[in-house]
Design a protein around this ligand. Structure first.
Ligand code: GLN
Length: 218
């Protein structure tokens, strides 16, 4: 379906008089740092809404999965009836940006997860929950990102550590040889929290992905 023909949510945060001309970016708002992501996208002029139900999801053209607690989000995705609808949309090519816990939810393999924890397997990665260990629960570094002229300051909070990348995965940034930003087709993931700094270049990168995917589908 062409992106512009999707019905629009009444929760638009934008005052654009012609919202149907722009993709609607949903931010999964079950738990975690969803507000900051929505603000970042709003600052870039995107049309955004929060996604809590399958009806919300049906309105959106792309989705951001925030950081938080992947075990809790996995449970809430099931109880909200969102897991299967999101899995279908991902299989359909919906662009998605998963950060930290969102990255865990999108990976094919979760190490040190709870046994009942579900993930979408949308990007061929093995990630270890809290893989950077207790001593370095949270830390900040500058990393070079493919496609960005200047380094990006990244904030890790109990971050997942990537232990394996599949052949289809493109690593866009690494720290100490470990991928921290990666893409596979319409799936972009970061093990850090780009929404917690004022640098909007990664959200802009995701919006470019969304626009490219909308142009291809039209
Ligand atoms: N450690 C968290 C988890 O397992 C992720 C932390 C985060 O999103 N900041 O889901």
């Amino acid at each position: 379906m062409p992106v512009s023909s999707r019905p629009r949510s009444s929760e638009h945060s934008s005052s654009d008089p012609t919202p149907t001309s722009r993709p609607l970016i949903g931010v999964l708002a079950l738990q975690g740092a969803f507000d900051a992501h929505q603000r970042a996208l709003d600052e870039l002029g995107a049309s955004t809404c929060q996604v809590r139900t399958p009806a919300d999801l049906a309105d959106v053209d792309a989705l951001v999965m925030p950081g938080g607690e992947s075990t809790t989000m996995s449970r809430l995705l099931q109880t909200a009836g969102l897991f299967d609808p999101i899995a279908h949309r991902l299989a359909d090519g919906m662009p998605v940006f998963g950060t930290c816990a969102g990255m865990i939810l999108l990976a094919t393999e979760v190490l040190d997860g709870r046994t009942d924890q579900c993930s979408f397997g949308a990007i061929d990665l093995s990630v270890r929950r809290n893989g950077y260990g207790r001593q370095v629960d949270s830390f900040e570094v500058d990393v070079d990102v493919d496609g960005l002229a200047d380094p990006f300051h990244v904030v890790f909070i109990r971050a997942p550590k990537v232990e394996r990348t599949g052949d289809a995965v493109v690593v866009l940034a690494a720290h100490d040889g470990v991928p921290v930003l990666a893409r596979q087709g319409h799936v972009l993931v970061a093990s850090f929290h780009p929404e917690l700094t004022s640098d909007r270049r990664l959200h802009a990168m995701f919006l470019d992905m969304v626009h490219t995917s909308a142009a291809t589908a039209a």
